[in-house]
Design a protein. Structure first.
Length: 270
């Protein structure tokens, strides 16, 4: 199977970050998904460059590079240069790329814990984020990859990601649920707008809160919506698989909090 590694860099490195703020990163993720249409195995968005790994030929890699550059043209703060495709030579090479790409936030000193870096594909790999087109196929091309291995790469050893249980979800409360849902669906933390993703995020918050017993007044306060809107968001019911994406995000955030309490992110191995 052909597997291609693309690196796209800013035309003028060091001048401006490609994505100056979180909203630009979120928009870039959505456009990346639209351009790559579920074809990616791994990716990383950093301040001055992007890494993309996909099971495609070199020629298709060139076309993907141009599609991504075109999709991100109005999002990036400085233009992207065309990337040269590099072919993955072996399964060991692909395993190296898994580690290399998941550790990019550490290598390039991105803020916060690498497991939660907005431009990392780790949440997508673990089923803790749902953005159209970013359903990663790494486990198809590297079937022996486990969640535990991926988590260990970013300093969360000894874990297999599971959805947070009812007690944990009730304990985090509606405000934390809102933030987790925003991260899980790749939208603004306020869950603003009537596009599909923020509406799904609002529905997820309301429906999880209803299931675990969070009082409706707390949910209304967290979402800034009326009681009538709250009732509307309870239907139609989202699939359990969708709600579990948010519950996995809560687990991931809790583990990161515990890891940071034990050892600051600056102490992670380089």
């Amino acid at each position: 199977m052909d597997i291609c590694h693309l690196t796209l860099t800013a035309e003028r490195p060091g001048r401006l970050p490609l994505f100056p703020d979180a909203p630009r990163y979120l928009e870039a993720l959505r456009r990346l998904g639209a351009a790559c249409k579920g074809c990616l195995a791994l990716f990383a968005l950093l301040a001055e460059h992007l890494h993309l790994v996909a099971p495609i030929t070199r020629a298709a890699g060139g076309r993907m590079s141009q599609a991504v550059i075109s999709a991100l043209h109005s999002v990036v703060a400085t233009p992207l240069a065309s990337g040269y495709p590099t072919m993955v030579e072996s399964r060991d090479h692909l395993r190296h790329l898994l580690r290399y790409i998941l550790r990019q936030p550490i290598k390039h000193h991105m803020p916060g814990h690498p497991a939660l870096w907005i431009g990392s594909c780790l949440p997508d790999l673990l089923g803790a984020r749902m953005i159209d087109g970013l359903s990663l196929c790494v486990k198809r091309v590297l079937p022996d990859t486990t969640d535990g291995q991926a988590l260990a790469i970013v300093g969360l050893s000894g874990h297999q990601l599971v959805a947070a249980d009812r007690q944990t979800l009730r304990a985090v409360g509606a405000h934390r649920l809102r933030l987790a849902a925003a991260a899980a669906f790749g939208v603004d933390p306020e869950l603003a707008g009537n596009d599909r993703a923020p509406v799904m995020a609002r529905r997820a918050v309301v429906q999880i809160a209803q299931r675990v017993g969070i009082h409706s007044a707390e949910v209304i306060a967290a979402l800034g919506r009326s009681r009538r809107t709250l009732w509307r968001l309870r239907r139609p019911a989202l699939e359990d698989a969708v709600l579990k994406v948010v519950a996995r995000r809560v687990t991931l955030e809790n583990w990161v909090q515990q890891a940071l309490a034990a050892a600051p992110v600056t102490q992670l191995p380089r």
